[in-house]
Design a protein around this ligand. Sequence first.
Ligand SMILES: C[S@@+](CC[C@H](N)C(=O)[O-])C[C@H]1O[C@@H](n2cnc3c(N)ncnc32)[C@H](O)[C@@H]1O
Length: 386
Amino acid sequence: MAARTSRRLRVVIMCPPGVLLAAVVPSYEAVLVLRAAFEQFARVEAPELDSPTYAELAAGVAGDGELLALAAQRQDGQPAPNMLFGAVQYLLLRGVEHPLAAHYPILSGAEPPPEPAFPLFRAFCLEHREAVGELIVTRRTQTQVVRRCTCLLPVFGQVFREAETPLALIDVGASAGLNLNFDRYAYRYRRAGDEILRWERDVAGVELEADLRGPGTPPPPPPEIPVASRDGIDLNPIDLGDADELLWLRALIWPEHMERHAQLVDAAAELKDSPVRLHRGDASRDLPHLLERVPAEAALVVYSTIALYQIPREGRRRITAALEARSRERPVWQVALEGVHPPSLTLTRYRDGAGEAELLARASPHGWWIEWRNPQARRRRVRRRT
Ligand SMILES: C[S@@+](CC[C@H](N)C(=O)[O-])C[C@H]1O[C@@H](n2cnc3c(N)ncnc32)[C@H](O)[C@@H]1O
């Protein structure tokens, strides 16, 4: 049997007149894969991102055949734990009343009670099996982490100092485009609790913080970083003018991350006052058109935060080739917060068809902390002149 069909068996059941429901009976192999995914989530992902609630729930789901079957309905390539937890939180955020809500600080506004949450979670899933399943079948995971701007701000400041002209920003994998408004947010950088660097905004409803690890400190950004244009490209751009899209995006944030919920809602409100241009497209194919359209006199900055890993290697090569080609006409700066364990923050300067990358920092995937390298960090030639 082909790998694709062995993942699960789809059984179509006829239920009340005219209604078709697709129930999924996962194969034995699929159950093992799912169980491993939930175990991994419980052991590594949830503790790493500080979610004791999801760690407990994931451990419970890993041993529960009915809930594994529910999660198995996700679309190919979608992470089952995030989809199951997102679907449940979406329904709770939409107002479904259930005692489970007491375990979600974002809903209860309080510390979770000491009793285990899993029995209530299981009961919720089974009572709302159809609604949960419908969301898992039809939706996809997508994130927008505004706090990653703590990494972008000092680099954009550095580029502005070098270029001495307003920035033309292109966000690759922009999601809802919120990070294109980096200059509408206020920033604080702390080391061991002491404030080391601050960037204030008059209008800012969003305040972002990062801890500095190690001895390095990012160069203080200039008081103003003018922006000439803001474009984002995404396979699936999110329209935060649509309340349901905002709700789904919130549902994918973990229930203890109250600050992330607030930052998302506040940054979405900023977007109304400072709209950005979001383009639907595959960056590995469509970036060259965007590169041609940005203002000629501006400093062209192409950046990505935790997005390139979703683009196959050949596509990433095409992006690099597009930047190299464009740099024959004008300088291009590429800023990337990419990679894992932990991600790297790099600035690559492309001139005359070649790029030179500088590793600036290591940082947490959500911008919670930054370990800035000293200024003598070695530059690395990434591509020879072609
Ligand atoms: C993990 S999210 C990160 C979103 C955003 N950069 C942030 O930091 O909040 C990755 C984003 O990349 C987008 N993406 C994946 N492949 C893409 C492609 N080939 N072209 C454009 N966007 C893509 C996804 O749709 C998703 O919105």
